[in-house]
Design a protein around this ligand. Structure first.
Ligand SMILES: Nc1ncnc2c1ncn2[C@@H]1O[C@H](COP(=O)(O)OP(=O)(O)OP(=O)(O)O)[C@@H](O)[C@H]1O
Length: 232
């Protein structure tokens, strides 16, 4: 009987985690980020202490999100009307998640930045030295895919709708150029973030589909890469 109760408690706890994952978009983002960071950590020689800090940081964000969800549910149980105290309770809980997430960004930056910067330099150098014909082939593949899809679903003008997204092409072309010029992980991350924002805004405003944006981004990257391999 005692054993069964323990199993029940485990099941309830896991149900709680699954509920949060199913209902909270932020929790899905935390999970995806945690998986990405853990995968990344496999490629670097982290010390025991660094791994421990990583585990604690990931746990802290997930625990904060779960307590936030729990408080939201408790408040919604008490009232579905506007109440200043309900607002305070929910905002404070959300603030806790925000602090845990900021801490996670700081920890990731401190643990990975130096290691990533070295890898960035090596990767950029290798990509630049890559035989030009490989980039030409990649570009040709992207162009053929774009033309084929345009032939079947052709609509839109070069800078408004249709295939591919011109904005995504330019944004990712600039991000690629910035990567080669700066060779700095932080600057590359920030410029990629801007490019992704541009792409996301095209999808959100329903001017382009995800696929059109990806095609635009691929074109932008390939063309800029070619320029850097041959001219710059
Ligand atoms: N009953 C209420 N009275 C007053 N303000 C509320 C109430 N319910 C929600 N709010 C406000 O709306 C915000 C969002 O609350 P909601 O319950 O929709 O959480 P959510 O969208 O899941 O947020 P989170 O992204 O933090 O998980 C709260 O932070 C609070 O400012």
């Amino acid at each position: 009987m005692g054993n069964r109760k323990l199993v029940d408690s485990f099941n309830d706890a896991i149900d709680g985690i699954i509920y949060t994952l199913k209902t909270q978009r932020n929790m899905r983002i935390h999970f995806a980020t945690a998986i990405g960071v853990l995968l990344l950590s496999l490629f670097f020689k982290l010390s025991k202490l660094e791994v421990l800090i990583l585990f604690f940081t990931i746990s802290l964000v997930i625990i904060a999100e779960m307590i936030n969800t729990s408080i939201e549910a408790a408040i919604d149980l008490i009232t579905d009307r506007y109440h200043e105290l309900a607002k305070i309770a929910k905002n404070v809980a959300a603030g806790a998640v925000f602090i845990a997430s900021l801490n996670a960004i700081l920890v990731a930056y401190i643990i990975f930045f130096d290691k990533l910067n070295l890898v960035t330099e090596i990767v950029l150098h290798r990509v630049r030295q890559m035989p030009v014909h490989l980039t030409f082939i990649s570009l040709l593949i992207v162009i053929l895919i774009v033309i084929s899809i345009k032939a079947f679903h052709g609509k839109g003008r070069p800078f408004r709708g249709g295939m591919p997204s011109g904005h995504a092409a330019i944004a990712f072309s600039l991000a690629t150029a910035i990567a080669f010029i700066s060779e700095n992980t932080l600057i590359i991350t920030l410029s990629l973030f801007l490019a992704v924002l541009v792409a996301q805004s095209r999808i959100e405003s329903q001017i382009h589909s995800l696929f059109q944006v990806i095609a635009g981004a691929a074109l932008g990257v390939c063309i800029t890469l070619l320029i850097f391999q041959t001219i710059y």
